[in-house]
Design a binder for this molecule. Structure first.
Ligand code: SF4
Length: 342
């Protein structure tokens, strides 16, 4: 796998991470607000979709809690008139592309994504010009405009499957996550993947030292690492040379983590991803123990969505996310291919 020339020195200049607000609602206030959300959803025939990284009280009021792939599938098949997307902007855009006749609400427009911000459509066009016969595979964490310039879309749950479906002799431009690209290259055995050097600012902070430390404290633990983590290349190498237990080290999307835990006889898991996933893990598997690899891996973008903002969004039917028709048409091709391979 090779990496492209960096067109921009620092991706950090492109986004502002909102500070994580502390919500001090009492259990009664939470219940009252959740009840209000349900009433408003019924009134507007709305469905509420929430990502695993959302606040627990938002996950608890959602109709579907899942990863990006499952949420796209839920959006594609819903009969609701309104989709309240409790996630980030690119996810709401994907829902708007899949459901052009529905209103898609994103309760806080500050809910962006550092990974999506790391590649622009202009950069992708320049990159494509350098490798004109390459197939472009865009991670779902990209803007609709970038998806519209791509051949395939993928999520961490099906990236290897998407890449495997591309003829072996075709070079692949994989964007924007360099860590996911390295996992996909390893899983598929493809050497002709050219990776864009983007990353998620949250997952990047999950370091190899954190993994070794937690393994030191809990020697029998299973390691579940999201492929966006900054530690994945080092951990893949360490699992291969035996420094990490190969049979207890897994690189999984959030949805795959849930599936894996349900089937694993292990009782202790080190979880390398955004902290919001802990809510579903502890709820679904109360008899098992979970330890975050980095307890500070919190996404400020995801946490902008609070119950108050969901209520306000449903009361005002705003902010709405829309995608221009020409971009939506082209982006849909790449998204549909992803859903076909899901
Ligand atoms: S955790 Fe990272 S990839 Fe996910 S929404 Fe936040 S910034 Fe984007």
């Amino acid at each position: 796998m090779s990496q492209i020339e960096v067109l921009q020195e620092s991706f950090e200049e492109r986004y502002t991470v909102p500070p994580v607000e502390t919500v001090r609602d009492t259990p009664d206030e939470i219940r009252r607000k959740q009840q209000r959300v349900r009433e408003l959803c019924a009134k507007h025939n709305a469905i509420l979709l929430a990502h695993h990284y959302q606040r627990p009280e938002v996950q608890e009021v959602a109709d579907v809690v899942a990863d990006s792939l499952k949420l796209s599938q839920a959006a594609a098949k819903t009969n609701a008139d309104v989709i309240v997307f409790c996630g980030v902007h690119f996810m709401a855009e994907t829902a708007a592309i899949l459901c052009p006749d529905k209103k898609v609400l994103l309760p806080d427009l500050r809910a962006g994504c550092s990974l999506a911000a790391s590649v622009t459509v202009e950069e992708l066009r320049k990159w494509k010009a350098k490798l004109p016969d390459a197939v472009v595979v865009a991670y779902v964490n990209t803007s609709a405009a970038v998806k519209a310039e791509s051949d395939y879309c993928c999520t961490s749950a099906n990236a290897a499957k998407v890449v495997s479906a591309i003829p072996a002799d075709r070079p692949i431009l994989f964007l924007p996550d360099k860590f996911l690209a390295s996992v996909v290259a390893r899983q598929t055995g493809r050497s002709n993947i050219v990776a864009y050097p983007g990353y998620c600012h949250v997952h990047k902070t999950i370091r190899p030292e954190d993994v070794l430390e937690i393994l030191d404290e809990h020697p029998d633990i299973e390691l579940l690492l999201h492929p966006e983590c900054g530690c994945v290349s080092s951990c893949m190498a360490k699992a291969a040379d035996g420094t990490l237990p190969q049979d207890r080290t897994f690189f999984l999307s959030t949805e795959a983590m849930l599936r894996h835990i349900g089937q694993s006889p292990a009782n202790e898991f080190a979880v390398g991803t955004e902290l919001g996933i802990m809510h579903q893990l502890r709820k679904k598997f109360p008899e098992k123990e979970f330890y975050p690899v980095n307890p500070n891996a919190i996404c400020g973008f995801m946490k902008t969505i609070t119950l108050d903002r969901v209520v306000k969004s449903l009361e005002t039917m705003s902010p709405q996310v829309t995608v221009p028709q020409d971009i939506a048409r082209n982006a849909r091709r790449a998204i549909d291919r992803m859903l076909e391979l899901a």
